[in-house]
Design a protein around this ligand. Sequence first.
Ligand SMILES: Nc1ncnc2c1ncn2[C@@H]1O[C@H](COP(=O)(O)OP(=O)(O)OP(=O)(O)O)[C@@H](O)[C@H]1O
Length: 256
Amino acid sequence: MERERQVKDVIVCENLQKSFETERGKVDVIGNVNLKITENELVVLFGPGQCGKTTLINCMAGLETATAGQVTVGGKKVEGPGPDRGVVYQTTALFPWLTVMGNVEYGPKSQGVPKKERRERAMHYIKLVGLEGFENALPAKLSGGMQQRVGIARAYCNEPVVMFMDEPFGHLDAQTRYLMQEELVRIWEQEKRTVVFVTNNIEEAVYLADRIVVMTNCPTTVKQEFTIDLPRPRNYVDPEFLRLREEISAVVDKAQ
Ligand SMILES: Nc1ncnc2c1ncn2[C@@H]1O[C@H](COP(=O)(O)OP(=O)(O)OP(=O)(O)O)[C@@H](O)[C@H]1O
């Protein structure tokens, strides 16, 4: 039976295309993407460097406008950024003059959520990401991993329908990166959200994903999809983990 599931498609890309006009002419970055992402799914977009992954999530987030086709989130056509879509970047653009609390509560504060309610909500997410006790710290006092935790709490605090994560652990040292992968899975399992995560790191992709979407080179399109059924927490040296890693890497190498 086709798609007999209780799940619903939260993000739907239909014949999505994106080109940029540059001084050297038109650059086609997204070829023709058709993709459905279901509620509470953790999808990893994986593909060659510069293939267009960031451009794709920017189109889904409403930070770029599609040249053709469309994206819907929660059934509504994406026509610009909105609080239903949170983004966590590689370098978390925290406000340096605001404390951890100030950064996390920023979204609800700008939407006029009363102080008591937004403080409680922010505190909940600060605890969720493991930063209890650091509410009054300024970002400069925090390590890179802790700053990314603030970025995740800030995105959660807007209570978005979907969260886009664009290589959020790309700048971290290897040990902190492993720790943050574990932490992201713990956070997401505790409070499920629909997550679209971009990475160039195959190990990170297999560790995190419910489904890996392998993209082709630019202009990018979907090359192949892999459902990752391994139980969590995953083990980087489990034979099945290593087999999937090999299999998917081989597809990316031929992802033209
Ligand atoms: N505003 C823009 N104007 C012109 N070209 C752009 C623009 N934004 C992105 N591009 C081009 O689109 C291509 C894909 O870029 P994008 O950052 O989306 O890829 P990526 O897969 O996320 O890259 P990386 O692997 O480095 O993270 C690049 O060649 C880039 O130069």
